[in-house]
Design a binder for this molecule. Sequence first.
Ligand code: NAP
Ligand code: F7E
Length: 349
Amino acid sequence: MVKSKKRALITGITGQDGAYLAKLLLDKDYEVFGTYRRISTPNFWRLQYLGIKEKITILPLELSDSSSIITAIETSQPDELYNLAAQSFVGASFENPIYTTDVSGLGVVRLLEVVRHHCPQVRLYQASTSEMYGDNRSGLLSEETSFIPSSPYAGAKLLAHNSVKIYRESYNLFLSNGILFNHESPLRGLEFVTRKITNEVAKIKLGLSKSISLGNINSSRDWGYAPDYVEAMWRILQHSEPLDIVVATNTNYTVENFLDAACKHAGLDYKDFLKVNKKFLRPLDVNYLRGDNSKAKDVLGWEPQVTFDNLVKIMVDSDIARWKAYKEGKHMPWDALHYPSENNMISFK
Ligand code: NAP
Ligand code: F7E
């Protein structure tokens, strides 16, 4: 096969980060391959929203099925492999701990075995996470801080993170872990708290909803903007050596702060709409996360470009624009329309 452009394979291209990363790599003139899993209703709305779906070669891949991983890698023959696929919702990992461990943890070991045997020359990015720190509360969390995972999701991601290090050292492969803190955007899934808030605030603003129900509003997170974070992923794979590195903003805010900022931006007072519902509490939660991005600044020359206030504005404005367009009868690819009301969804603890 004659190769001209650099080739990238992104697992989980239908997710938030997959879509933004695909856009970034296309803009950099990569040939982009992306994996999806077969579901009854196609889920390409993010790629359509960004106007890039037709520019990507889409391949099936299921992380619990090694044969599909082999086929995707042999077909795409990537120079760079970004493993973003995961069961990524922490709340659901308490409901599906075995599935989450199988996909987000063991799935990465399956992928590493395929890399070792079928494409040892590839540069691999693994989507590690600040959730691995758990409720550490030791100030700024860095590459040196120990991990105390507090959910099946975090346990699975730590298995993946450690496996990447083991394979890197054992077989001399180019494998890097990006330890990314929370990053959000208008393409964030509706089950995550930021987008849940901005979507509901938009509906309240336009008279389509009357309240918003949340769980642990005192929890704080280091929230950045997803397009900034996919730039960091790319820089990680351009570095001369494989490495493990934190990507964060060095700031943190509570869920209540986020809700307050979103309502203020929409000209509302959150106290008029907030309902606290125990249904959204987790059996074990991480209450404080704040990352130290010094190494990312020094080694990658990376810095976040979008502040917390701007992130909130971007997300609220985007959800208001979508619901306004909907009210005017315009159609666009978008998740909120078909998302079930959380009032009808039962959660097992
Ligand atoms: P996301 O929106 O939930 O996307 C996850 C992707 O994984 C989707 O494309 C999903 O496909 C795919 N997937 C799920 N189960 C799979 C399976 N069994 N086999 C193959 N693919 C599967 O997540 P994201 O926010 O873009 O995050 C990307 C990665 O970064 C994830 O690994 C996440 O754990 C990690 N991470 C995220 C953050 C953050 O703040 N966003 C921070 C740190 C780390 P469907 O569309 O079909 O569901
Ligand atoms: O929760 C609290 C909740 O689900 C944030 C994933 O991308 O980032 C994400 O995980 C906080 C938690 O994200 C509601 O209890 C309150 O303390 O938005 P979240 P997360 O758990 O931080 C990390 C870095 C990842 O790696 C993950 O893949 O908000 N919270 N009330 C709520 N959370 C939700 N979802 N819904 C609520 O109603």
